[in-house]
Design a binder for this molecule. Structure first.
Ligand code: NAD
Length: 296
């Protein structure tokens, strides 16, 4: 079993770290919130005094932080993880961050003779708790092969997306599809409703016809057709509109960098930004249907 440093024990990192403890790994944990670290200590982890302390004398370091600036500040520079860890430590950053930050951090790790992968996830807090996350991994084949057994304790589908940063590319592309398709499904169900078409009947037809997609069949934004969807619990998340907005803004950055236009992705970002402006960023992103209905 491996010695693992784990930094960032929030909604996602907390349950991911718990699954590594459950699998028998020795965890050294750190979070700016002492309460988050204490919750892991209660299930068998050791508390580190600082992020750098969590990265010393371990085989792997996993980070699950909010955004690119946090990842850069934790890893880079003379006081960062890369400088502090012993040679041979493999870094796994599972945060969803901008592609340049991921590539810059991995390049810095490699320049210091370390291995690192970007490994953002899909599957949300439920997937983190159940250990069924999908990992999209960017980095060398050797780094991927070393990271995989650790990732398998936290997830079910582990994909090698290619070179450094490609995990973030896959994540941004996937979530842009999700953000756009949820708006499309919401518009269709509101239009059908206003024209007298029962939501269940539209679901029965479209879910077996060419309009079929995950936003409809697994996460339907109207209550009823998919009993587990957030629509049935007043749009409690799930995956918040604020998180979707973050990912769509990352998609816009990526679009500028690649000079690849994303007119619908850009429009989707503006619609989720309207939810944020209305103070609704903490409801599930499928609550965008309320915006379409004119309720927010
Ligand atoms: P969170 O805000 O719940 O957790 C982030 C944690 O990082 C917090 O506990 C915070 O105290 C800690 N932290 C911040 N800066 C730190 C530092 N310098 N050192 C140590 N700890 C620090 O966020 P989350 O929901 O767990 O999301 C984490 C990442 O996963 C984000 O990049 C997010 O976009 C991504 N993600 C989230 C979801 C989801 O459904 N929540 C799904 C997929 C991906």
């Amino acid at each position: 079993m491996a010695a693992i440093g784990f930094i960032g024990l929030g909604n996602m990192g907390g349950p991911m770290a718990r699954n590594l403890v459950k699998a028998g790994h020795a965890l050294k944990v750190f979070d700016l919130s002492a309460a988050a670290a204490d919750a892991l200590v209660a299930v068998g982890a050791t508390k580190a005094a600082t992020a750098v302390d969590a990265a010393r004398d371990v085989d792997f370091v996993v980070t699950m932080l909010p955004a690119g600036e946090h990842v850069r500040s934790v890893y880079l520079g003379s006081g960062g993880l890369i400088a502090a860890a012993r040679k041979g430590t493999l870094f796994i950053d599972s945060s969803t961050i901008d592609i340049p930050s991921a590539r810059e951090t991995i390049a810095a790790a490699e320049a210091a003779g370390m291995m690192m992968v970007d490994a953002p996830v899909s599957g949300g807090v439920g997937g983190a708790e159940a250990g069924t996350l999908t990992f999209m991994v960017g980095g060398s084949g050797e780094a991927f092969a070393r990271a995989k057994p650790v990732l398998e304790k936290m997830g079910k589908n582990i994909f090698h997306a290619g070179a450094a940063g490609n995990g973030q590319v896959a994540k941004v592309c996937n979530n842009m599809i999700l953000g756009i398709s949820m708006i499309a499904v919401s518009e269709a169900f509101v239009l059908g409703e206003k024209l007298g078409l029962d939501a269940q009947i539209l679901f029965d037809i479209s879910s077996t016809a060419s309009g079929q997609c995950w936003s409809m069949t697994s996460y339907c934004p109207v209550p009823g057709p998919v009993p587990t969807s957030p629509a049935n619990r007043n749009y409690q998340p799930g995956f918040t509109a604020g998180m979707m907005l973050k990912d769509l803004r990352l998609a816009q950055d990526a679009s500028k960098m690649a000079r690849s236009p994303i007119p619908l992705g850009a429009q989707a970002a503006q619609l989720y930004a309207l939810m944020e402006a209305a103070g609704e960023e903490n409801i599930d992103f499928s609550g965008i249907i309320k915006l379409v209905r004119g309720e927010i």
